[in-house]
Design a protein around this ligand. Structure first.
Ligand code: TYM
Length: 346
């Protein structure tokens, strides 16, 4: 019997951030460590997605391998046959299914995607590529090819999960059962034990998401940051003039973000962390606590990273890619048959 699939991907367009770590890597690794008996775990690097926004292509290949190392440093086990680690571009079915799905996706539908609107707004028309526009369709192919049921992602990707369900359902309604749909975002949150998606905010501008593609990076904690420098970024994080700590996203977004980061770093319940600091007036002391935790976390993480076995990672990538090509090609064939590109029943 095949096991239900939990799948997630993280682009290799820059060093990863604590947002990527807590939004996607850690939930996935917890699943890999707790649930690989009952589920298949697909952790992958969407390398074709990496240059939907401009990157330095001379660094890309190394960055892709670096991402794989980060997953292992975060605790992804390599010696388990139900856990897979692979690169999107090594399984050509991703690109092929994308084209088919593209032809059933509306231009208007893609234009309304929040992330496309945000990123194209920042890049401007000349630097906005067709790849950026098309990105959610490639993401849908990533998910549908492996019949994934649960897809741990940060809040910014929820709209793309709903799109995946939408395009999958549309194809199934028109052509019969081709795809297994991922669960709705609400059901995914239930499964991962959260009431909403995570969105760590930028430290300088806490009204926007902490993003690895941020060109200045002053408000971003990267996993590769010097721990002392990261602590300084926390100490200079934007707060407010209310002079009292409250968890209030609307009026105190900076303080609220730091409370969330602290709870995640300590692996503790958010309410407990809020209870500890609520009403206190010393922002400096509070920041020092968060800065100390960040410094400790990065020091430990970087020590783990230095000890990963590169040869074992490469071997895992290659064996997963070979194995999962079989699943991906089987789904692609169903889609090709459905739209009339291949004869039925072969
Ligand atoms: P990407 O590479 O931008 O981000 C990787 C993951 O990190 C989460 N994330 C955050 N979570 C909380 N707070 C933040 N500040 C924060 N910043 C990023 C993202 O939500 C994401 O889960 N399109 C995806 C990659 C992808 C994918 C897929 C994911 C491609 N195909 C299929 C799942 C399934 C992306 O660009 O994520």
């Amino acid at each position: 019997m095949t096991k239900p699939v939990i799948l997630t991907g993280i682009r290799a367009n820059n060093d990863l951030t604590i947002g990527n770590y807590f939004g996607a890597i850690l939930p996935m690794i917890d699943m890999a460590n707790q649930k690989s008996e009952a589920y298949q775990i697909n952790m992958f690097i969407p390398d074709l997605h990496s240059f939907t926004t401009p990157v330095d292509h001379t660094l890309l290949y190394e960055q892709i391998l670096h991402n794989a190392r980060l997953f292992v440093a975060a605790g992804l086990p390599l010696d388990n046959d139900d856990i897979h680690l692979y690169r999107q571009s090594y399984i050509p079915a991703h690109s092929e299914l994308t084209w088919i799905l593209d032809c059933f996706t509306g231009f208007g539908e893609m234009s309304r995607m929040t992330q496309f609107k945000d990123k194209s707004g920042t890049l401007g028309a000349e630097r906005t590529s067709m790849g950026l526009f098309n990105y959610p369709v490639l993401m849908a192919a990533d998910i549908l090819l492996y019949n994934a049921k649960y897809v741990p992602v940060g809040d910014d990707q929820s709209q793309h999960i709903e799109f995946t369900r939408g395009i999958g359902e549309r194809m199934n309604n028109r052509f019969g059962d081709i795809f297994t749909l991922p669960e709705s975002v609400a059901k995914q949150h239930e499964f991962f034990g959260k009431d909403q998606g995570l969105r760590i905010k930028d430290l300088v501008d806490p009204t926007k998401k902490m993003s690895k593609s941020d060109e200045l990076g002053k408000g971003v904690i990267f996993l590769g940051d010097d721990p002392a420098v990261a602590a300084k970024k926390i100490m200079s994080a934007t707060t407010d003039d209310k002079a009292e700590i409250h968890y209030d996203k609307e009026n105190q977004p900076g303080i609220t973000n730091l409370l969330e980061i602290l709870a995640l770093l300590r692996g503790k319940d958010l309410q407990q962390t809020i209870g500890e600091f609520e009403g206190q007036t010393q922002y400096g002391e509070f920041k020092k606590t968060v800065a100390g935790e960040v410094e400790q976390f990065l020091t430990n993480f970087q020590a783990q990273l230095a000890s990963v076995d590169n040869a074992a990672i490469l071997a895992k990538l290659e064996s997963s890619e070979q194995l999962l090509s079989g699943t991906a090609n089987a789904t692609l064939l169903r889609a090709q048959q459905a739209v009339g590109l291949r004869p039925e029943g072969k």
